[in-house]
Ligand binder design. Structure first.
Ligand SMILES: O=c1ccn([C@@H]2O[C@H](COP(=O)(O)OP(=O)(O)O[C@H]3O[C@H](CO)[C@@H](O)[C@H](O)[C@H]3O)[C@@H](O)[C@H]2O)c(=O)[nH]1
Length: 346
């Protein structure tokens, strides 16, 4: 973050989650005047208050589903990061309307409140599951992207610049597969692998925050940013963890879960036909044509037939050794390894 952010006010929706806590710390270090956290769970806020002990952080209990909650929390801020969401694929399959209420309508509240409060810049967090979505979580996130892009397209004089980032799987995030596999290894039970050949993009929390910062500094209205992440199979991920913990790889194959895909896509063919290469990132600008398509006919269109999408099957595939090295960069994994070693010696 640059020094131009010094003295500015920020809001992070869903600010007690993995992304939120990391972003809050970085903003405080960069000299932010105030960082607001909007979230539903007062006890997680209380825990964060005790950990941070910084009176520049202000906590707002509220739900993005309520316009008033978002309007109050964003009033007087210049920059907003929207991370609040329902993110678990299986639970959204059982309660799809809940995903719509939070991820679509809640996000629309965030966009509207930012615009009315004159917020300068809003970055909304999306996911690879929003591309060619097959599950309710991804569908709701895809609609969230549409809401954000429609704001950019329909309001050329908008006060708020809205852009979007798409994440892949963030390693060791709450409720995700890496802490689960480690817990199973440490309990000595077989690892519950859904489908060994399934692939996922792997991103560290630092890389995910870096992607948001890149969008924040470089985004134009309606842009989508993705990181050119590496991918791995779930079988290799489980094997790498077993190797690190020095246990034989014993899997219990569960089969693919409700709403899951064999591989994820960070940028679809249609996205790739417009994408701009920015080193570690791709920038996908919004399709800014209006509804008068006839006017654009003469210009023709980019040939999309030979475009490939960017997915976790055709991305660079990490080897087991590379996954092990990557896992060792995570402090949480190292702490678990230390505790495991101490337990084994005792
Ligand atoms: O017991 C388990 C649980 C999961 N998996 C597999 O591990 C992978 C990752 O699973 P998980 O960590 O639950 O993540 P996803 O379901 O891929 O979704 C995560 O990653 C998304 C980005 O793709 C985020 O948007 C979601 O919020 C986040 O939950 C998937 O292939 C699962 O099938 C197993 O093999 N065994």
């Amino acid at each position: 973050m640059t020094s131009t952010l010094m003295g500015r006010r920020f809001l992070i929706t869903g600010g007690t989650g993995s992304f939120g806590r990391t972003m809050v710390s970085r903003l405080l270090q960069a000299g932010a005047a105030e960082v607001r956290v909007l979230s539903r769970d007062e006890s997680k806020q209380e825990t964060m208050r005790h950990q941070l002990r910084d009176d520049r952080v202000r906590y707002y209990v509220g739900d993005v589903r309520e316009y008033d909650s978002v309007a109050k929390a964003s009033r007087g801020t210049q920059f907003v990061f929207h991370a609040a969401a329902l993110k678990q694929v299986p639970s959204c399959e059982f309660f799809p309307l809940e995903a719509v209420r939070t991820n679509v309508l809640g996000s629309a509240n965030v966009v509207d409140a930012c615009e009315r409060n004159g917020v300068e810049s809003l970055v909304v967090l999306s996911t690879d599951k929003a591309v060619y979505p097959i599950n309710a979580m991804g569908m709701a996130k895809a609609l969230m992207e549409k809401v954000a892009q429609a704001h950019a397209r329909n309001n050329p004089t908008a006060r708020t610049r809205v852009c979007i980032v798409r994440y892949g799987n963030v390693m060791y995030s709450r409720g995700s597969v890496i802490p689960l596999f480690i817990e199973q290894i440490r309990r000595g039970v077989p690892i519950t692998v859904t489908e060994p050949k399934m692939t996922r993009f792997l991103m560290s929390l630092e890389q995910s925050v870096g992607l948001v910062e890149h969008a924040f500094h470089n985004g134009r209205p309606g842009d989508i940013f993705v990181r050119k992440a590496d991918a791995c199979t779930i079988g290799d991920l489980a094997t790498a963890l077993c190797n690190l913990f020095g246990v034989p790889a014993k899997f219990n194959i569960l089969g693919i879960r409700h709403g899951e895909k064999l591989y994820e896509t960070l940028a679809g063919r249609e996205d790739m036909s417009r994408a701009e290469d920015r080193g570690d990132f791709l920038r996908i600008p919004v399709d800014s044509r209006d509804l008068n398509y006839a006017l654009y006919f003469e210009e023709g269109d980019v040939d999309r037939s030979d475009q490939a999408d960017f997915n976790s099957h055709n991305a660079r595939r990490l080897t087991v050794a590379e996954i092990e090295a990557l896992l060792l960069t995570l402090p949480e994994v190292r702490a678990q390894l230390d505790a495991h070693t101490v337990g084994a010696l005792a």
